[in-house]
Design a protein around this ligand. Structure first.
Ligand code: FES
Ligand code: MG
Length: 585
């Protein structure tokens, strides 16, 4: 098989271009012999940088990846990917998921690469890189940077992200001061790596393994552990063989692989950002996947991993208990994995790779018949205000749950007064305002926070009750929003509402104090007004020029707003199925 890269470096039809490519790639020390050897040219798509602290350790790991590539007879080209840091970018890091995707597609398409190692980690880096690999469809393997070591607060595990949501409750009622808040946050993040709780980063890295795109056993290894360097070397070796075997993303990321990932997501208590990102990767792979699939395939799966925010443990514990490999193995053994025949990056099937991997700590990874929670997957909530919204049932507290699984015969659904906020700034300004007279029957609603309204879709539906309710012991209220929620947060929420208010979705017509009915058994949220009233409000809104959104702050915000789809469609750039793949070269 003649490799793609040889069209650049050994093209007898165009000696002038060959000479030009050769000349410049030689000039930092590569030899002509190497470039014309016919050996696989392997890219390392480097997401680590000073601006991406969660992924920065990839700069070190890439050395081992390189050694693996060379040992297997490949030639290595390391190049930067547009940085994405969850905690750095304003207004939100998810603006850059699609930008990094576009940039990487251009690099993989336009440069002499036969295969690529995708260095994944912080939340959006994983979907961005998998999306690009899906579009260009050259052999690709992912390498997670791994979670941080456990954070500790005395004897207690302190999870990154999760500690922020817990501590701000204490700050709100004066239990801790600012200094203490900062110290608690810092102590939760003791080493290189991404968030050590089961937030979006751990979720997506584990799902990249469940999809078959990482070497088995690699998804959960903490960043500083020796195994992380070892698996980096093995990943480098493996991609060279994948090029020789012509094993492409389309061979691995099949419908069956996505179904496996949806099931694994429920079992690990994965983030509500996972449907957005996995639906996006599937869209670029040309595989059908929607939020109905998430409920139909994923809802009836038990939560077996005890990790913050739904549980107690953190990333190190998870890895030592067997990691995502042991979870996949347990599901496989119980016949709960939809596609045991899905092919992984090794070229072998899930069944071949994951049979008999033991759980070594059953406190951290429970048995399937003694789970943390039954039926712990997502619900796809609909109703008279929107088409699709995600609810993560595994973080629903007992108080909230009494309306749901604990009493399935109870005909009552939950009704409450909507407290409606236009974006996070409005929420912060108003939440403690006594004139709202909030009580335990209120539902907090955030709108204007979707892919277009708050460009990129803000992670802001992490709302807490006003201080006067927290003081009375009411520490959570149901939340609804057209934005996202941090995967490290644990409040009972209906998220990712699509369509969003900014495109005149139903949340746009909601008024402060409106009666809402949440029926988790029917998977519906309804505004309790007549159809005539609904129509009148929509007409009034249109007359007033629609819901609107703030001005663009950058050119990319403007471009993305003009092209982006809603959360249920993966928040991808609407470029039509014909452009999902680039021309094969
Ligand atoms: Fe990067 Fe959590 S902030 S993984
Ligand atoms: Mg996040």
């Amino acid at each position: 098989m003649k490799l793609r890269s040889q069209k650049w470096f050994s093209n007898p039809d165009n000696p002038a271009m060959t000479a030009l490519y050769l000349e410049r790639y030689l000039n930092y020390g590569l030899t002509r012999e190497e470039l014309q050897s016919g050996k696989p040219m392997i890219g390392i798509a480097q997401t680590g940088s000073d601006l991406s602290p969660c992924n920065r350790h990839h700069i070190e790991l890439a050395k081992r990846v390189r050694e693996g590539i060379v040992a297997a007879g490949g030639i290595c080209f390391e190049f930067p990917v547009h940085p994405i840091q969850e905690t750095g970018k304003r207004p939100t890091a998810s603006l850059d998921r699609n930008l990094a995707y576009l940039g990487l597609v251009e690099m993989l398409y336009g440069y002499p690469l036969d295969g690529v190692v995708l260095t994944i980690g912080c939340d959006k880096t994983t979907p961005a890189l998998l999306m690009a690999a899906a579009t260009v469809n050259i052999p690709a393997i992912a390498l997670s940077v791994g979670p941080m070591l456990n954070g500790w607060e005395g004897e207690e595990r302190s999870g990154s992200g999760t500690v922020i949501w817990k501590s701000r409750l204490k700050l709100a009622v004066g239990e801790i001061d600012n200094e203490e808040f900062m110290r608690l946050a810092a102590d939760s993040a003791p080493s290189v790596g991404y968030c050590n709780s089961m937030g979006t980063a751990s979720t997506m890295n584990n799902l990249a393994e469940a999809l078959g795109m990482q070497l088995p056993g690699s998804g959960a290894i903490p960043a500083p552990y020796r195994e992380r360097g070892q698996i980096s070397y093995l990943t480098g070796k493996r991609i060279v063989d994948m090029v020789h075997e012509d094993l492409k993303p389309s061979d691995i990321m099949t419908r069956g692989a996505f179904e496996n990932a949806v099931v694994v997501n429920s079992a690990i208590g994965g983030s509500t950002n996972a449907p957005i990102h996995l639906n996006a990767v599937a869209a670029h792979m040309g595989v059908a996947l929607d939020n109905d699939d998430w409920e139909n395939i994923g809802h009836d799966v038990p939560l077996i991993v005890d990790m913050q925010p739904s549980g107690k443990y953190l990333g190190e514990d998870f890895h030592r208990a067997g990691g995502v490999a042991a979870v996949i193995s347990s599901l496989l053994e119980a016949g709960k994995l939809p596609s045991p025949d899905a092919v992984t990056a090794t070229g072998k099937t899930v069944l071949e790779e994951y049979t008999g991997i033991p759980v070594t700590n059953e406190k951290v990874i429970r048995k399937l018949d003694a789970p943390m929670k039954d039926s712990a997957g997502f619900l796809n909530m609909k109703g008279n205000l929107w088409d699709s919204a995600i609810m993560k049932t595994s973080v629903i507290s007992e108080g909230f749950r009494k309306f749901y699984l604990s009493n399935p015969d109870d005909p009552e659904a939950f009704e409450g007064r909507a407290m409606v906020f236009d974006g996070p700034e409005h929420y912060h300004e108003m939440i403690d305002d006594p004139s709202l007279e909030m009580d335990e029957n209120c539902i907090l609603v955030m709108r204007g926070a979707g892919p277009i309204g708050y460009p990129g879709g803000a992670e802001v539906v992490n709302m807490q009750p006003p201080a006067y309710l927290i003081e009375r012991g009411i520490t959570e209220l149901p939340c609804i929003g057209d934005g996202r929620q941090s995967g490290t947060s644990g409040s009972p929420s209906i998220l990712n509402v699509a369509p969003e208010a900014a495109v005149q979705g139903g949340l746009a017509i909601l008024k402060m104090g409106d009666p809402l009915r949440v029926d988790l058994r029917k998977r519906r949220v309804d505004l309790l007004v007549t159809d005539e009233e609904m129509q009148a409000r929509h007409a009034e809104l249109a007359q007033n020029g629609g819901y609107g959104y703030p001005a663009d702050q950058t050119p990319w915000q403007q471009i993305q707003r003009s092209l982006v789809s809603q959360f249920d469609k993966g928040m991808v750039l609407k470029n039509g199925p014909e452009y999902q793949r680039v021309a094969q070269t």
